[in-house]
Design a protein around this ligand. Structure first.
Ligand code: MN
Length: 391
């Protein structure tokens, strides 16, 4: 057995769509993390790794931003990956033209739809917004590419207007409509209501784009899919504006293991991908970050270590090798004999029971004196207890 989750999960009779599309936006929304700037070679590395994982659509950037951004997108398109390459465009003709010039498979054209954004950002009426969106969809569709329309701040938009704009987009032949929870302000129950309401009037596929301001990006993404959305956006390590986006590795693993929804991705690559994005963006992965954080498979407490050595699933919901992670036993204040014995055996050292007890005692004392138990200190302790100079 590689994982063990609650049997009560099945009590909720959820129905997920058969084919869920992931469009990963690490290189667009993820790159909008303050302080992050990815150049062409870096974007290429991330794109290749996402493709190895089997991601369906890669949102590679926002080509109007700069010439370098445009070059990066062209370079990714030229890689001829299995994933479709899509990019972000405002509703302006110049944005769509530059995307088409990059030879991308599709675009996401977006416009804010909430009263708040219309009034304070766009300084436009609803009618004006409606017309501008449709012109851009028409222009992009004329070039035969995939076109998604994203309503920015959709979750704080008047429902009738949201329906109207998506319906009109549908009439103009849009391939997918996106619900952007731009400031992460909806609840999973709110998402369930919204998606079901929209599906009454819209037949086009719906995508979720969720932010994590209240820590609900994953729950909201999953609620959207369970309500009938067919696509979902993610970023590696959950990077993105403010509190970030729904993390790719969390979403895929929760869907697979907790909800039993298989996306057929090469999940063994998750740790490698996470490390690559951490290195190239310089956004550190917190040690307690779900799925890929260092502490997820690190154990110190004697009770936990004893059990994990016997059967890992006692204190791990799934095995680290599933995602290319590894287990580590950390020695410290909470260590017990079994962990220390396992560590000694790993080093090929045999000790008597008495020696083992003394080593455990020394480890606890050293840690409480503020010392971190690394291999060097561990060897010193073993040496001093056994009265040996060579180890
Ligand atoms: Mn966003």
């Amino acid at each position: 057995m590689k994982y063990f989750v609650s049997p009560f999960n099945k009590a909720a009779d959820l129905k997920f769509p058969d084919n869920i599309t992931i469009y990963d936006t690490t290189m667009r929304d993820g790159e909008q993390t303050p302080g992050v700037c990815l150049r062409t070679p870096e974007k290429l590395k991330i794109a290749r790794k996402l493709d190895e994982l089997g991601i369906h659509q890669i949102e590679a950037g926002f080509p109007i931003v700069s010439n370098e951004e445009k070059r990066s997108i062209k370079a990714i398109v030229n890689e001829d990956l299995n994933a479709d390459i899509i990019v972000l465009s405002r509703t302006k003709k110049e944005d769509i033209d530059v995307a088409i010039d990059c030879d991308v498979d599709g675009i996401i054209t977006f416009m804010a739809t909430s009263d708040l954004h219309l009034k304070h950002k766009l300084k436009m009426t609803k009618e004006q917004a409606l017309n501008i969106c449709m012109k851009s969809i028409e222009h992009a569709k004329d070039h035969g590419i995939f076109v998604a329309f994203s309503a920015e701040d959709a979750t704080r938009t008047d429902l009738d207007f949201l329906k109207k704009i998506y319906q009109k987009a549908e009439e103009y032949g849009v391939d997918r409509v996106h619900i952007a929870d731009t400031v992460g302000a909806i609840s999973p129950q709110g998402v369930d209501y919204l998606v079901r309401e929209l599906r009454k009037d819209i037949k086009t596929g719906i995508a979720m784009h969720c932010h994590n301001d209240f820590g609900m990006a994953i729950a909201n993404s999953i609620a959207g899919l369970a309500a009938g959305a067919t696509a979902v956006s993610t970023t590696v390590n959950g990077i993105g504006e403010r509190a970030g986006n729904a993390a790719l590795e969390e979403l895929v693993m929760a869907l697979k293991l907790v909800y039993g929804v298989e996306l057929d991705l090469n999940i063994k690559k998750f740790c490698e991908l996470s490390g690559l994005v951490e290195e190239l963006t310089n956004v550190k992965v917190p040690e307690n970050k779900p799925i890929v954080g260092k502490n997820v498979f690190r154990h110190e407490s004697g009770i936990h270590v004893d059990a994990v050595i016997e059967e890992p699933l006692t204190y791990e919901p799934f095995l680290p090798e599933m995602i290319g992670h590894h287990r580590r036993i950390v020695l410290g204040k909470h260590s017990g004999c079994r962990a220390v014995k396992a560590k000694l055996e790993g080093c090929g050292i045999e000790v008597t029971k008495d020696e083992l007890c003394k080593i455990v005692e020394q480890i606890k004392m050293s840690r409480e004196k503020g010392k971190y138990i690394n291999d060097e200190l561990f060897n010193d302790i073993v040496r001093s207890v056994r009265g040996l100079a060579d180890l």
